[in-house]
Design a protein around this ligand. Structure first.
Ligand code: ARG
Length: 261
């Protein structure tokens, strides 16, 4: 995670951002601290990346790299405004034993468009991630990559429309995906939790599950109820300031998946 001490809406690179939007940075930091404390309270270990002045979106730590089985794949950001975040992630990862970290040739923004469900990597494309990066990630990780096409600009990263619940299933908002990708999701995850548009529009799918607890935006009340019915424990958090940048809990979180023992 990376504290939002330099967070502001200085440019617009997604449909949620209005340049010049008034941001209460102190409140953003406070909300982010609550997210961090929530993870720690659930028994997770949180590592911190130093925020860099001039990189207001660095709080969205999910985007700097993709780490699975202890292998880190460096991001190549789609927008120049965020490009300098990638070397900061790579330096941290290399200093902590995940190196060497090099970017892909095709653009991809780490866990923004990449997630792991059991053996598979699910990979978004359509807005930020180049299909070429999917092939590169499969080659570098040795895990099968399943490409999913995003079609609604409000859901510009896969993690705004889908998250893994555990090793066997996911929650997602079908309206974010192309027809073919919807059919892929129905085939792979017939028992998925299917979220409503209302919950998707508060970035309710930008959630983090540890297989039991699901940390999700407080406004996603319908989704929280669906999760409860399925035996999960919803843990709501309020990240209203960061929503102005188009992010929620998952965007603030990069998962460091270790090498298998
Ligand atoms: N303003 C950031 C961008 O558009 C938000 C990134 C949110 N991160 C995420 N994993 N969806 O790039």
């Amino acid at each position: 995670m990376c504290a939002p001490v330099h967070f502001e809406v200085a440019y617009a690179i997604n449909a949620w951002m209005t340049p010049g939007a008034v941001v209460d940075t102190a409140l953003a930091v406070q909300q982010w601290e609550t997210l961090r404390a929530t993870y720690e309270g659930l028994g997770h270990e949180v590592e911190l990346l130093d925020p860099v002045p001039g990189l207001p979106d660095m709080v969205f730590a999910a985007n700097g790299a993709f780490v699975v089985d202890g292998v880190a794949v460096g991001a190549r950001f789609a927008h120049p405004e965020r490009a300098a975040e990638a070397p900061a992630h790579a330096a941290w990862l290399e200093a902590h034993g995940f190196g060497p970290v090099t970017p892909t040739v095709g653009t991809h923004e780490g866990e923004g468009d990449l997630t792991v469900v059991g053996d598979l990597v699910l990979a978004g494309t359509g807005f930020r991630t180049d299909r070429r990066a999917h092939a590169e990630i499969q080659e570098r990780t040795g895990r099968p990559v399943v490409g999913l096409e995003l079609v609604d600009p409000r859901f510009y990263h896969l993690d705004t429309a889908l998250f893994p619940l555990d090793d066997t299933t996911v929650a997602y908002y079908p309206g974010a995906f192309s027809d073919g990708s919807r059919r892929v999701l129905e085939r792979l995850y017939p028992d998925a939790v299917v979220a409503s548009e209302a919950d998707a529009l508060v970035l309710g799918l930008n959630a983090v599950s540890d297989g039991r607890h699901v940390v999700l935006p407080v406004a996603a009340t319908g989704l929280a109820e669906q999760l409860r019915e399925r035996g999960f424990v919803p843990v709501p958090v309020d990240l209203s300031e960061l929503l102005k940048g188009g992010g929620g809990p998952k965007c603030c979180t990069s998962e460091l998946r270790p090498r298998p023992l």
